[in-house]
Design a protein around this ligand. Structure first.
Ligand code: GDP
Length: 453
C-alpha cells in the first residue's frame, strides 16, 4: 500500500529540495502536484482539498520561505497534515484519548463487536485479535460467531479459535444471532473471560436486514469496541461502506485489511474524515500474526518514504525467537554453521512476514523499490531456498561438500526447482561460511589484542 503515492510525493519533494530558497509560486506548484498524487492514490476529493488547503495556509507563511531549509519545512508541514488526516491530532500529536490499537480499559467481560461486508476479512481479523489479546495482553478470550447464514462460518471461527489458542462458544444449531450473543456474554460472565469477540454475519453488499441485525446485537451487548472491517483493496468503496455502517450501526473503530496488497492507500487517508472513526488496526496478511496497530505518524512516515523503523523493530522483537538467535550466533562464532542453521535463519526471516514489506519499512527503501525488484529479492525466494534445504538429507545438510551432481538433481526434483537454483543456494552458503570464518579470525585477533593490551 502507498508505494505509488510515496514515490510521487518523493518526486515532488526532490524538486523542492533542489530549489533552495522557495517562492510562493514554488510552494503552490509543489502543492498542485501533491494534490494530483493524492487523487491518484484514490484519496476522496474533499479530503485531498482539505489537506492541501491546510498545508498551503501553513506553508505560504513568510516563515517557511525565509527558513534555512524551506523544502524540509514544507515536508514537515505535509507530514503533519497527513498525520492529521490519518486520525492523529493537530501537529501530529494523538488526539484526546486516542491510543493506537485497542483500548482494553473496561470491566470484564469486555465485548468487541466485529462488523463488515462478507469477504472483508472479519473472521480472520477476529482470530488475529484473539491471538494478540491472548499472547501479548494475557487476556482470556472467548470467540463467538453470530453468522447463522452460512453454516461454515461458525466452523471457520472455531478453527481460527483453535489456531489462536482461545475458546470458541459451542455451536447450538437454530439459535438466532441475538440468542448467541446473549449466550456468549453469559458464558463470559460465568467463566470469567476478559474479552468476548462477537463476529457478525457479513453480506456481499449493504442491506437493511444486515444493518438491523447488527444494530440489534450492538444494542443488546453494548460493545466497548464496534470494529468495522474494510478491505483496503476496494478503495473508495471501502469508504462508502464505512459511511453506511457509521450512519446505520455506529462504529468506533476501523480495521483495514489487505494492506499487504497493492491498494493505493487513499481509503486510509479518507476514512477518518468521512466517518469520524479512527483506523485502529491494520491486517497485513493472511496469517494470524499479521496484525499491526495503526499509528498515524508512522504511516505518514511510510508514505513520505522516511521509513517505519519503529514498527519494524516491534515486529522483529515479537517474531524472532531469541533462544534460536543466540544459538545461531554461538555456532557462527565457533565456525560450526551448517545448512540446517542456514535454514533456521531463513525461517526467522520468513516469520517476519513479507520481505518486500520489511524492506519498505526501512528508511530510504521506499525510493529503492525498483532496485530491490531488480536484485530479485522476492518473497518466493525464501520459500524456495527453504524447500531446497528441506529436501536434503540430514547428512547433506551437515556436510554440504558431499552434494555432487546426482544429489543435486535429486534435491532439485524434490524441491521443485532447477539444479541452478540448488547451485545458487550452495554458493550463497559457501560465501556466508567463508565470510564467517574471516570474521571469526578477525574477532579472535581482536580478542587477543584486547587480552594482551
Ligand atoms: P469475512 O467474510 O469478512 O469473515 O472474511 P474472511 O476472514 O473469511 O477473509 C476472507 C479472505 O481474506 C480469507 O482468504 C483471508 O485469508 C483473507 N484475508 C483476511 N485478512 C487479510 C489480510 O490482511 N491480508 C490478506 N492478504 N488476506 C487477508
Amino acid at each position: 500500500m502507498f508505494e505509488a503515492l510515496s514515490s510521487r510525493l518523493n518526486g515532488v519533494f526532490d524538486k523542492l529540495r533542489r530549489r533552495g530558497a522557495l517562492s510562493e509560486a514554488d510552494v503552490n506548484e509543489a502543492l498542485r502536484e501533491v494534490r494530483i498524487a493524492l487523487l491518484e492514490a484514490d484519496v476522496a476529493l474533499p479530503v485531498a482539498r482539505d489537506l492541501i488547503n491546510k498545508v498551503r495556509e501553513r506553508a505560504v507563511g513568510a516563515e517557511v520561505i525565509r527558513s534555512v531549509s524551506p523544502a524540509q519545512q514544507v515536508i514537515k508541514i505535509v507530514n503533519d497534515a497527513l498525520v492529521e488526516a490519518l486520525g492523529g491530532g493537530e501537529g501530529g500529536e494523538a488526539p484526546d484519548g486516542f491510543a493506537p490499537g485497542l483500548d482494553l480499559n473496561a470491566p470484564a467481560p469486555l465485548p468487541i463487536l466485529m462488523v463488515g461486508l462478507q469477504g472483508s476479512g472479519k473472521t480472520t481479523t477476529s482470530g488475529k485479535i484473539a491471538l494478540r489479546l491472548r499472547t501479548r495482553d494475557k487476556k482470556k478470550v472467548l470467540l463467538a460467531s453470530l453468522d447463522v447464514q452460512r453454516p461454515a462460518a461458525q466452523l471457520q471461527l472455531q478453527t481460527l479459535a483453535g489456531q489462536a489458542g482461545v475458546t470458541s462458544l459451542p455451536i447450538i444449531p437454530g439459535q438466532s444471532p441475538l440468542e448467541i450473543a446473549a449466550r456468549a456474554m453469559d458464558v463470559a460472565r460465568r467463566e470469567l473471560y476478559d474479552v468476548v469477540i462477537l463476529d457478525t454475519a457479513g453480506r456481499l453488499s449493504i442491506d437493511d436486514a444486515l444493518m438491523e441485525e447488527v444494530a440489534a446485537v450492538k444494542a443488546a451487548t453494548r460493545p466497548h469496541h464496534t470494529l468495522l472491517v474494510v478491505d483496503a483493496m476496494t478503495g473508495q468503496d471501502a469508504v462508502n461502506t464505512a459511511r453506511n455502517f457509521q450512519d446505520r450501526v455506529g462504529v468506533n473503530g476501523i480495521v483495514m485489511t489487505r494492506v499487504d496488497g497493492d491498494a493505493r492507500g487513499g481509503a486510509a487517508l479518507s476514512m477518518r474524515a468521512v466517518t469520524g472513526a479512527p483506523i485502529r488496526l491494520l491486517g497485513a496478511g493472511e496469517k494470524l500474526d499479521a496484525l499491526e496497530d495503526f499509528h498515524p505518524s508512522r504511516i505518514a512516515g511510510r508514505i513520505l518514504g522516511m521509513g517505519d523503523i519503529v514498527s519494524l523493530v516491534e515486529r522483529a522483537a515479537e517474531t524472532i525467537d531469541r533462544d534460536e538467535a543466540e544459538k545461531l550466533a554461538a555456532k557462527m562464532q565457533k565456525g560450526q554453521f551448517d545448512l540446517e542453521d542456514f535454514a533456521s535463519q531463513l525461517k526467522q526471516v520468513g516469520k517476519m512476514g513479507n520481505l518486500s514489506g520489511i524492506l519498505g519499512m526501512l528508511p530510504g527503501m521506499g525510493a529503492m523499490k525498483d532496485k530491490i525488484a531488480n536484485a530479485k529479492i522476492d518473497d518466493g525466494m525464501i520459500g524456495r531456498q527453504a524447500a531446497i534445504i528441506s529436501s536434503m538429507t540430514r547428512k547433506e545438510r551437515k556436510n554440504p561438500d558431499i552434494i555432487k551432481a546426482s544429489r543435486k538433481k535429486r534435491i532439485a526434483a524434490g524441491a521443485g526447482v532447477t539444479v541452478q537454483d540448488v547451485n545458487r543456494l550452495l554458493k550463497q552458503f559457501d560465501d556466508m561460511s567463508a565470510m564467517m570464518k574471516r570474521m571469526n579470525k578477525l574477532g579472535q585477533k581482536g580478542l587477543m589484542r584486547g587480552g594482551l593490551g
